[in-house]
Each structure stands twice: as structure tokens, then as C-alpha cells.
Design a protein around this ligand. Structure first.
Ligand SMILES: NC(=O)c1ccc[n+]([C@@H]2O[C@H](COP(=O)([O-])OP(=O)(O)OC[C@H]3O[C@@H](n4cnc5c(N)ncnc54)[C@H](OP(=O)(O)O)[C@@H]3O)[C@@H](O)[C@H]2O)c1
Length: 169
């Protein structure tokens, strides 16, 4: 089972604002859906705050096993799994036969899994100072970037973006 991070961040590393996303980027949301759903059955692992930030109609994110990390043993949702520690989240995905496991944030959850993943699917949003929550410290010199796609500004995408896949050296 592959375990990868998927994240959008601005040029300063900001990923969130007021427990939401700082930008309106339809192209990025479409790619997120396509990649995390994949061809088979995949898992998404997220923090409880990121879960809270999803619109109710996207709790859970459809067609994927939703694993929510919380230290609250009372956290419950009929259509999501609760994991109290990182190893438990991976165990749940593995036991359910998931092909791929996507770490979808936020900051606390990226930090926990950064050392375990071999790929980071990164959308760089070409702006700065967007938010109040940053991606954790990340030593890019240990990683190789493959740029995949550029998206220009239009009515559904308020900033230019670059999508790249970073692989651990
Ligand atoms: N740009 C992007 O790609 C992207 C992606 C995802 C999210 N975001 C943004 O990121 C922000 C949220 O990030 P965040 O860092 O504040 O919150 P988060 O990582 O989504 O969730 C934090 C919560 O995870 C749980 N948790 C943390 N460490 C844990 C551990 N070791 N074991 C078990 N549970 C643990 C705790 O839940 P309890 O308090 O319930 O114990 C904690 O409050 C939002 O603005 C969101 O929109 C951006």
C-alpha cells in the first residue's frame, strides 16, 4: 500500500486560513478528487480539524475510506473511522484492503506522517502570506521534484498553480 501526502500550499508554505482553505482553486479540488479516489479503493487520513472544515455534504469524502485522527476516544461518525495514533490509521487502511493511502492534512497530520511517505503531491499556489496554518518544516534537498502541470488564472482559479510530485531521494 502506497502512502503519499497531498497538499496545496502557497510560496510561504501556508495551507490554511480560519480552518478552511485560503483560496478558490477548482482545478486543484478536481485533481484532489481524481488522485485520492484513484481506480480502486483508497483511504484518506485527516486530522479532526480538517474533518470539521469539510462541508457536511462531504463528510465523509465519498468513494474513499475516511480515517479521522483524534485523541478524543468519544469521537464518532457513522461513516468514518477514528484513529487515536498514526500506526492505527495505517492499520485500518491496510486491514480494509486499500490500495493507496493519502495523507490529506492538516498541518499536525502532515507533520506526523512526513517521515513515512515517499511521495508528496504538491500544488504550489503562486501567492504568499495566504493563511494562519503552515505545512511543517520540510528539507527539500532530500527530495526530487517532477513538475507535472501548470494552471493559469481563470474564473474558477484565483491564482496560478504548479502541480509537482516530489519523490524521496
Ligand atoms: N492546503 C491543503 O492542502 C490543506 C489540506 C488539509 C487541511 N488544510 C487546512 O489545514 C488547517 C487544519 O490543520 P491543523 O493542523 O490545524 O489541524 P488538523 O491537522 O487537520 O487536525 C488536528 C487534530 O488532529 C488530531 N491529532 C493531532 N495529532 C494527533 C495524534 N498524534 N494522535 C491522534 N490525533 C491527533 C487532534 O484532534 P482532537 O483535537 O480531536 O484530539 C488535533 O486537534 C485548516 O485550515 C485546513 O483547511 C489545508
Amino acid at each position: 500500500m502506497n502512502i503519499s501526502i497531498i497538499v496545496a500550499m502557497d510560496e510561504d508554505g501556508y495551507i490554511g486560513l480560519g480552518n478552511g482553505l485560503p483560496w478558490k482553486l477548482s482545478s486543484d479540488l478536481s485533481r484532489f478528487k481524481r488522485l485520492t479516489e484513484g481506480d480502486g479503493f483508497n483511504a484518506v487520513i485527516m486530522g479532526r480539524k480538517t474533518w470539521d472544515s469539510l462541508p457536511q455534504s462531504f463528510q465523509p469524502l465519498p468513494e474513499r475510506l475516511n480515517i479521522v485522527m483524534s485523541r478524543d476516544t468519544g469521537w464518532h461518525h457513522d461513516e468514518a473511522e477514528n484513529a487515536l495514533y498514526p500506526g492505527r490509521a495505517i492499520e485500518i487502511a491496510y486491514a480494509d484492503g486499500c490500495e493507496e493511502c493519502w495523507i490529506i492534512g492538516g498541518s499536525q497530520i502532515y507533520e506526523m506522517f512526513l517521515e513515512q511517505v515517499s511521495e508528496i503531491h504538491l500544488t504550489t499556489v503562486h501567492t504568499s502570506g495566504s493563511g494562519d496554518t503552515k505545512f511543517p518544516e520540510w528539507s527539500r534537498e532530500n527530495w526530487v521534484e517532477e513538475e507535472v502541470e501548470y494552471t493559469e488564472i481563470d474564473e474558477n482559479n484565483e491564482f496560478r498553480t504548479t502541480y509537482s510530485i516530489w519523490k524521496r531521494k
